[in-house]
Design a protein around this ligand. Structure first.
Ligand code: HEC
Ligand code: HEC
Ligand code: HEC
Ligand code: HEC
Ligand code: HEC
Ligand code: HEC
Length: 262
């Protein structure tokens, strides 16, 4: 079989999945994704299991007309602005990737006002998510990272769910008992790459509220006290090459990173 690759999803921090437009009705999500960790190709999550035909071995077909079909949703979360169907029913994202208007909303009126020098209205015409409450940010960021939904039961044993950071964060006592002072912005700069493997950076965020945490049983001489998140926000690996951070801040048992013991 021969086919081109039309789209590559993922910034490549952890992995990249390829998508090909088949025809007016079908898109194909390739079974082989690139993973940054091992620097090689491996099966795309969700594509495990034996293939019975050659096309099945290549990937999963998505019908764009079907509401449950994931393919339009892939584009919605991984691009900016409305996703349109163009000539030949090809999917056209307005702007690939997560760009300014994903978080700030439409910017046209803001730009017009600023060009006129009308600063007052200019600032009113654009959303500054910095003014949102902690819950409001959970919703705004959760539009793609999944928002907390009180009526939905979450399977806390399924390691895949830990990728839904807003859902987990709101479970923490830190979140529930700090009167809205803990939000995504406490630890993340929305305009800069994620700070990875910098335990000291996150420890400073914790110490804003926990100046001298009481530790009875922890031998810090051995473990290094500064890695607060290493113990209280452990890593979860739902797939050999993907890793997520448990945003349910708590006290965890060794080898039990999914739910805290308290
Ligand atoms: C339009 C959808 C969308 C919105 C809204 C959104 N994100 Fe994301 N975010 C993504 C996607 C998609 C990625 C993954 C990019 C990749 O790795 O392929 C991502 C990645 C991230 C990362 C990891 C970056 C890295 O370097 O690995 C962080 C942290 C993050 N987002 C935080 C936030 C916060 C905080 C907000 C709200 C202020 C937010 N996001 C709003 C879609 C979104
Ligand atoms: C509800 C929004 C949403 C949908 C739908 C969605 N993604 Fe993502 N995707 C994200 C976010 C947010 C991240 C980054 C944070 C994380 O890792 O969960 C991400 C990360 C990724 C990554 C980086 C590796 C990884 O797994 O973290 C790839 C590749 C990817 N998505 C491909 C796809 C493809 C292909 C589809 C459709 C089959 C899809 N996504 C559907 C929001 C979404
Ligand atoms: C992932 C979501 C996200 C994306 C993408 C994003 N921003 Fe932001 N932006 C925010 C949040 C959240 C704040 C509030 C930060 C704070 O208060 O600490 C903010 C604040 C700002 C501010 C400061 C507003 C003020 O009055 O202080 C400006 C200016 C800005 N963003 C411009 C941009 C531009 C330009 C882009 C695209 C290049 C962009 N942003 C992309 C989430 C985002
Ligand atoms: C905005 C303030 C704030 C920040 C930032 C914060 N916490 Fe908390 N945290 C709290 C509050 C409030 C409680 C609840 C204390 C209580 O119940 O008496 C708490 C409770 C805890 C607990 C006990 C959990 C339990 O269920 O018993 C741990 C562990 C913890 N925090 C660790 C951390 C770590 C690690 C960080 C940094 C990654 C952090 N916290 C950041 C406010 C915060
Ligand atoms: C108390 C600090 C803290 C808060 C609050 C927080 N994060 Fe994180 N986040 C982290 C840490 C620590 C990492 C892992 C950094 C590393 O890889 O070294 C992380 C990683 C991530 C990643 C990358 C994928 C992963 O799971 O490792 C995403 C996406 C993300 N956070 C989104 C969010 C969103 C959305 C919010 C708000 C609902 C949020 N975070 C609130 C500390 C925090
Ligand atoms: C080696 C793992 C480990 C590291 C590193 C660690 N903790 Fe803890 N922490 C624990 C355990 C286990 C408990 C439960 C109480 C105990 O056994 O002492 C705990 C308890 C806590 C509590 C609840 C106790 C109280 O004061 O109410 C807080 C808050 C806390 N840690 C914050 C932090 C902060 C902030 C850091 C980084 C400076 C940190 N921890 C580093 C393992 C760790």
């Amino acid at each position: 079989m021969e086919m081109g690759i039309d789209w590559a999803f993922g910034a490549g921090e952890q992995g990249i999945t390829f998508v090909t437009r088949g025809n007016q009705e079908w898109y194909l999500e390739h079974s082989f994704s690139y993973f940054t960790g091992p620097q090689s190709f491996a099966r795309t999550p969700g594509h495990e299991g034996p293939a019975e035909t050659l096309p099945q071995a290549v990937g999963i077909l998505y019908n764009i007309a079907s509401a449950e079909s994931g393919i339009l949703q892939c584009f919605q979360c991984h691009s900016t602005g409305p996703v349109a169907l163009g000539a030949g029913r090809a999917i056209h994202p307005l702007e690939p990737g997560v760009r300014c208007e994903s978080c700030h909303g439409p910017g046209r009126k803001h730009i017009k006002a600023m060009r006129r020098g009308d600063l007052e209205n200019g600032f009113k015409e654009i959303s500054n998510p910095g003014r949102l409450s902690a819950n409001g940010l959970g919703e705004r960021c959760g539009a793609c990272h999944r928002p907390p939904e009180p009526d939905v039961t979450v399977d806390w044993k399924d390691p895949w769910n830990t990728r839904h950071s807003p859902v987990y964060l709101v479970q923490s006592r830190c979140f529930q008992r700090s009167d809205g002072r803990l939000s995504c912005l406490t630890c993340h700069d929305p305009h800069a790459p994620l700070r990875r493997n910098e335990p000291g950076y996150y420890a400073r965020k914790c110490s804003a509220c926990h100046e001298t945490p009481r530790h009875s049983n922890v031998n810090f001489a051995k473990t290094g006290a500064a890695d607060c998140t290493g113990c209280h926000m452990p890593k979860v690996q739902p797939h050999p090459y993907l890793q997520f951070t448990n945003h349910w801040i708590g006290v965890f048992r060794d080898g039990g990173p999914l739910t805290p013991i308290r």
